[in-house]
Design a binder for this molecule. Structure first.
Ligand code: SAH
Ligand code: AVI
Length: 894
């Protein structure tokens, strides 16, 4: 037994809570006869009439927060006034059930068939959809009376013996009214979003749960049974169940978040035509779309109109109210695609998906069309779904505004690709390789496979350069050394030969020579020839082939010298062989291989070598020096194309060892000078949009997209000495060649007593030159009237109205932000330092939130020179190491 007045309505909510609206009133000012009379339904005997009563009441509960004017207005042609929904759902029962299956039934008002028929041609002409907001008559009171009239007759019908056909129509009517409950909420939200006062529908309306971003889950392909069976209620468009074929795919277990969408926006998502379907791009321009529907930019960032009113966009909650065009553009940008509806249903049935029906309907890439064998019903209800099967796209799942238990895994929602007032979201999918293996790598997979998958899955694709050196790559490197353009090998060898005897004097009797990245050990010979006192040689290299060949050749040519090769990654913890124990260790790291490290890697390497070699050691390092761009660029773009082959050998190696299918001709070699970071960068550039499989994964390359394969940092004697000093070494000798300049540094371990390090620091300070800005190097600092914000990883980490704009010579203006307006807890101090003769010593921070891209993204002058004293206690951000640095001009308040 159940009292109607205590019947709560429930909706799906991501946090598992149910939204509750108590149906103790209906239209404002309208009598609700059931509630007033406290009518009980104890006489309703079967499940269907209980459901009918509960559901009808729930619809009325939804309008309790609305005022009399709210229920009449139509905010756009796609939306309907709440009053119209109340009447139309009632008309559905009258037209499809009572008028046909209830003998002697007289319609409530003959005009209502014209006013409240939505789209059923078989039931006569109707009011044009866009005119529903003109219905000030019938009044709300009339509409509620209509509901009561039809409810009374429906109760009688449901208490009589009804046929299976009638029962099916009742269930259809109930499902129909549930759809309109959702539509009513969508339409109210749209209406309120258009109101300047941004009203709240329900301040207790649950918010979507926040959480982690999605992880891709793999599914093998094969036959799949798609669609609903006859076992329980389903719309006709979900039937018949039939076999379809799936290719292997992977699908994200969660929906795309607002934070991820903000990154898409920051990376020009709404401004890059190449991401968009043609019709979508036309809309972006004509409608000036720059964010999801209902997002508004406020001084505090993005806010979003919701049923709770205007609220700050929650970065970890799923994005909602996006069109198919936006979803497809996002997927393109994210190197993914939208799932097909069969993939979605298959993964959902396998239990792989979260956020299935509690947040937002999920766009699929499937056009809404008939399943094989689909037949619409013969009667007027045949118009329910089938006639819309063109020009629309299927969405799967369910939304926070969908009545609980309304949706199911076979449910096919559908909207036009430009619509976005419904609660629509995005779930990504990707193709899997043809073998359909799980994309999860296991312990059995090599480090190479793990690094390739990680590097090619990154937003900016990259691979560690150590993988260049398989047998073929090592030989290609040797060949590069013989090209006229690649001067480092030639020049360093000549320098070694020139100063061999000097170098040899620093090597004591019985020492062990430990070489890092020894390759063919050609340069080693110069040292060995000049220093026969070397008792043992330990070459260390990842390239087993190069190492074995070199060891064999040296043993042949230096028969008295024990050669003990170590085939390992020299960045890992290395143990020297027993033959090296008890001997003075001479480290040798030629070739400027140190330049292939990032600064952090170089420091880590130098510190670990300091440990490995011990206090009495010497470390000789060959390092290429900064020089004119033409010489540098030519060295990595030899005319014969050997460096290009070396670069592409990385792809060939992936093909050989990881089952890859890279087409080497579909990539171009690119080597460029990055003056700001003083390094040559090598990339492979995709010539076209292409899909590549490797290491059980599928990777999408866009035309022009780069795979970053190597950095070769170039040094100055100062920058190198500084690097060495920060890792516990001091430069005791340096030999520098004539142009093209290359250096060999002999390093000694810094003594650990503080006196020496203080001395060194003092010396460094003394040798720094100080310059004063002037006409040749002007610097200006001005307060910035704009509000400046800095975003990283979707979060605002700096927000100020007191930024200082520093302009220096021809450089881009830099915003210096007071530290008090920066969330300094999100920054991590690094040991990177630079020096500017005009501004002083510069210290750096990384932003862990931004990952690798945000290493040393922030700098500060802690004790700036007098000319720029104003920037003390301020920090600045590299624009390309954060999501965005935004300036908003403050509008003058009236
Ligand atoms: N020292 C030689 C070869 C330089 S080429 C010369 O100066 O001509 C770089 C060498 O370093 C290659 O032989 C490569 O296999 C090796 N190498 C690169 N990264 C490595 C790593 N992480 N661990 C061990 N060896 C590495
Ligand atoms: C081994 N390393 C220092 C070489 C360099 O110059 O960075 C590798 C190389 N890359 C292209 N050409 C040579």
């Amino acid at each position: 037994m159940q009292t109607l007045g205590s019947n709560a309505s429930s909706f799906n909510h991501a946090d598992g809570r149910k939204g509750t609206v108590w149906p103790d009133a209906a239209l404002p000012g309208v009598r609700t006869n059931f509630a007033r009379r406290g009518l009980r339904v104890s006489d309703a005997t079967d499940e269907l009439s209980h459901r009918y009563v509960r559901l009808r009441h729930k619809t009325e509960a939804l309008i309790t927060p609305l005022g009399p004017e709210d229920v009449v207005v139509q905010s756009m042609p796609d939306a309907s006034p709440a009053k119209w929904h109340l009447a139309h759902t009632t008309w559905f029962f009258e037209a499809f059930l009572l008028s046909i299956h209830s003998p002697g039934y007289r319609v409530f008002d003959p005009d209502y068939n014209f006013l409240f028929n939505s789209y059923y041609e078989a039931l006569g002409p109707r009011l044009p959809r866009a005119q529903r907001g003109l219905l000030t008559r019938p009044s709300s009171i009339d509409v509620m009376a209509y509901r009561r009239y039809v409810d009374g007759h429906m109760r009688k019908l449901l208490q009589s013996a009804i046929s299976a056909e009638t029962e099916d129509l009742v269930r259809l009517g109930l499902a129909h009214e549930e759809q309109h409950q959702e539509l009513l909420l969508m339409d109210v939200l749209h209406l309120f979003s258009r109101s300047p006062t941004k009203p709240t529908y329900d301040k207790e309306w649950p918010v979507d749960a926040v959480g982690r971003g999605g992880r891709f889950k793999g599914m093998s392909g094969g036959p799949f049974e798609l669609g609903a069976t006859a076992a329980s209620f389903a719309f006709d468009n979900e039937c018949p169940r039939h076999t379809t074929w799936l290719q292997p795919f992977e699908i994200s277990d969660r929906l795309v978040t607002n934070g991820e969408w903000i990154t898409f926006m920051a990376e020009g998502g709404y401004a890059r035509p190449e991401l968009w379907l043609s019709d979508g791009w036309t809309l972006v321009q004509s409608e000036a779309w720059n964010s999801p529907l209902y997002w508004v930019q406020t001084p505090d960032g993005w806010s979003q109109m919701t049923l709770r009113g205007l609220r700050t966009v929650e970065t970890d909650a799923p994005v909602t109210h996006v069109s198919y065009y936006e979803a497809a553009a996002y997927a393109h940008w994210a190197s993914a695609r939208l799932p097909t509806e069969a993939e979605w249903e298959c993964a959902a049935r396998a239990g792989l998906l979260e956020q299935v029906e509690e947040v937002a309907w999920q766009w699929t890439q499937s056009a809404y069309s008939a399943y094989p064998g689909f037949r619409p019903a013969e009667n007027a209800a045949g118009e329910y779904n089938g006639k819309f099967m063109v020009g629309q796209v299927v969405l799967r799942g369910g939304a926070s505004v969908t009545p609980a238990h309304h949706s199911r895994l076979t449910y096919r929602n559908f909207y036009r690709p430009e619509q976005r007032w419904m609660f629509s979201g995005v779930r990504l999918a990707r193709d899997l390789n043809q073998s359909g293996e799980s994309s999860e790598l296991t312990a059995a997979d090599s480090d190479f496979a793990v690094d390739v998958v990680a590097g090619l899955s990154a937003r900016e694709k990259t691979l560690p350069p150590k993988y260049f050196y398989d047998a073929a790559g090592s030989e290609l490197f040797e060949a590069i050394g013989r090209t006229p353009e690649y001067y480092p090998t030639r020049v360093e060898t000549a320098l070694l030969q020139q100063f061999a005897s000097e170098i040899a004097t620093g090597i004591p009797e019985g020492a062990v020579l430990v070489e890092f990245g020894s390759g063919a050990s050609e340069k080693t010979r110069v040292i060995l020839d000049a220093a026969p006192q070397i008792a043992v040689y330990v070459p260390i290299d990842v390239s087993e082939d190069a190492l074995a060949k070199a060891a064999a050749a040296l043993s042949r040519d230096y028969p008295k010298l024990p050669v003990v090769p170590v085939a390992e990654d020299f960045t890992a913890a290395i143990r020297l062989p027993a033959a090296a124990q008890g001997r003075v260790k001479i480290g040798f790291f030629p070739g400027s291989t140190i330049g292939n490290f990032t600064e952090a890697e170089a420091l880590r390497f130098l510190r670990s070598v300091r440990q490995l070699l011990g206090d009495n050691s010497v470390l000789m390092i060959g390092a290429d020096l900064v020089k004119d761009e033409a010489t540098l660029v030519a060295a990595y773009n030899d005319v014969e194309g050997i460096t290009a082959r070396f670069n592409k050998n990385l792809l060939a190696r992936i093909n050989r060892e990881l089952g890859g299918d890279f087409d080497l001709d579909a990539f171009d070699h690119l080597a460029i000078w990055n003056a700001e970071l003083t390094r040559i960068e090598m990339h492979l550039v995709s010539r076209a949009d292409q899909i590549v499989n490797a290491a059980k994964h599928t990777f999408a390359f866009k035309a022009g997209e780069r795979l970053h394969t190597e950095d070769s940092h170039k040094f100055t004697t100062e920058s190198f000495a500084d690097l060495a000093a920060r890792a516990g070494w001091s430069v005791s000798r340096e030999w520098i060649s004539a142009a093209p300049q290359f250096a060999i540094f002999s390093l000694a371990p810094q003594r650990s007593d503080s006196l020496l390090s203080t001395t060194r620091r003092t010396r460094t300070m003394e040798t720094k030159s100080i310059k004063v800005p002037g006409p040749n190097h002007p610097i200006s600092i001005e307060p910035n009237p704009a509000r400046v914000t800095v975003r990283v990883g979707g979060r605002i980490i700096a927000d100020t109205r007191s930024a200082l704009t520093l302009r220096e010579g021809g450089y881009a203006a830099v915003q210096y932000i007071p530290q008090e307006d920066v969330d300094m807890t999100l920054l991590k101090r690094t040991d990177h330092h630079t020096y500017c003769p005009y501004k002083g010593d510069c210290a750096y921070y990384s932003i862990p939130l931004g990952g690798d891209r945000s290493v040393n993204a922030v700098w500060t002058y802690e004790a700036p020179y007098a000319a720029v004293a104003a920037i003390k206690d301020h920090v600045a951000f590299y624009p390309d190491r954060v999501d965005a640095i935004e300036e908003q001009k403050e509008s003058k308040k009236a």
